[in-house]
Design a protein around this ligand. Structure first.
Ligand code: AHG
Ligand code: MN
Ligand code: MN
Ligand code: MN
Length: 332
């Protein structure tokens, strides 16, 4: 923290954002407003999530998205909520969303920011009351404010993110974000309708003893992944896999562990999407002292070539990710 100003556990998100604004000497407050817009949409999605079973918004929507996944009703609802918040706020010029085939040009050329978003992560867990999430990345546009948006505004490597975060709709709802000065986590107090700082300056354990991977796909893994996971078992690591990336990532960030979604036969580049899943979590991981790689390269260095591009992902405690990378290297 560069502010030197006091904040502590129990500070509201709004106040925290205001205090932290001075981390950016020439800040105009637009990023702060954008973060508040996202928090508001998160509260709305939290409400929908909590009453999904009663409100007839469970189950399939009846359409598939551009990646060929069956959309759930809540995927569509969350997308609408975030789209609305981001477009009404006025700070954003373009949005990339998992649930939109193409870039959404908001025709707001005075908007400074580009947002990439996974509105609802962990779709398969909605109807069974298991934690789900939202993931977002924020970039500053490259082309001058006032001009139409261009490819270069959208296709930025993760290292260019100015902020990133996730919301975890879990046993409690949390918002965790970074603007490049560490990672802070806020817990939602339902009765007050506010997020409060609960996890200041999150530091990930350097190592750990949890591994998280969809082990049902073992037959499709490369040898390096197989031998690394064997090693986890030799070491009696705990296997923990929820199937909601946000929840699996959050647990390992706090407790120490590694999450892997490697290349498989069905998905030769892995399953997770670079722009709105891997990049945000990689930025948060690094800011918390953890690590994220595709097996060879730092996630944040990958220059995207397409909107819904997938990437293998190894993310979590630094020592564990480095171990896994060594196994991949050795198996070559
Ligand atoms: P989404 O629900 O946004 O499409 O993301 C699903 C992702 C991620 O949340 C999860 O970690 C992963 O898919 C699980 O995949 P498998 O079911 O193949 O393990
Ligand atoms: Mn999906
Ligand atoms: Mn997802
Ligand atoms: Mn999703």
């Amino acid at each position: 923290d560069q502010t030197g100003m006091a904040y502590s556990v129990g500070t509201t998100l709004d106040r925290f954002i205001k205090l932290k604004q001075s981390d950016f000497p020439f800040a105009s407050g637009e990023l702060s407003q954008l973060l508040r817009d996202i928090a508001l949409a998160a509260k709305i999605v939290n409400r929908e999530t909590n009453r999904a079973g009663l409100a007839n918004i469970g189950g399939a929507f009846g359409q598939t998205n551009v990646q060929g996944e069956e959309q759930q009703k809540l995927d569509v609802i969350a997308n609408i909520r975030f789209m609305r918040a981001l477009s009404k706020g006025g700070e954003v010029c373009a949005i990339v969303s998992e649930e939109e085939d193409a870039v959404v040009d908001l025709q707001n050329n005075s908007g400074k920011y580009v947002v990439a978003i996974d509105p609802l992560d962990g779709s398969s867990n909605i109807d069974v009351n298991i934690s789900i999430g939202t993931i977002f990345s924020i970039y500053r546009r490259k082309t001058p404010i006032g001009s139409p948006i261009q490819q270069e505004d959208i296709m930025q490597p993760g290292s260019e993110q100015v902020a990133a975060g996730y919301v975890l709709y879990g046993s409690s709802t949390m918002l965790v974000y970074t603007t490049g000065f560490g990672v802070n986590g806020f817990t939602y107090e339902t009765s007050l309708g506010e997020f409060f700082l609960s996890h200041p300056q999150i530091q990930a354990p350097k190592s750990g003893s949890i591994y998280s991977i969809n082990e049902g796909l073992e037959k499709d893994w490369q040898d390096g992944i197989k031998s690394y996971v064997d090693q986890c078992k030799e070491n009696r690591f705990a296997a923990r896999y929820i199937g909601s990336l946000v929840a699996d990532f959050h647990r390992n960030l706090l407790k120490g562990g590694i999450y892997l979604y490697p290349a498989t036969k069905k998905n030769p580049s892995g399953k997770l999407r670079l722009l709105y899943e891997a990049n945000a979590l990689a930025f948060i991981a690094e800011q918390a002292g953890a690590k994220a790689s595709d097996g060879q390269e730092r996630i944040l260095d990958i220059v995207p070539e397409s909107l819904h591009q997938r990437t293998p992902l190894l993310i979590g405690s630094t020592e564990l990710v480095e171990d896994a990378m060594n196994y991949i290297q050795l198996a070559k």
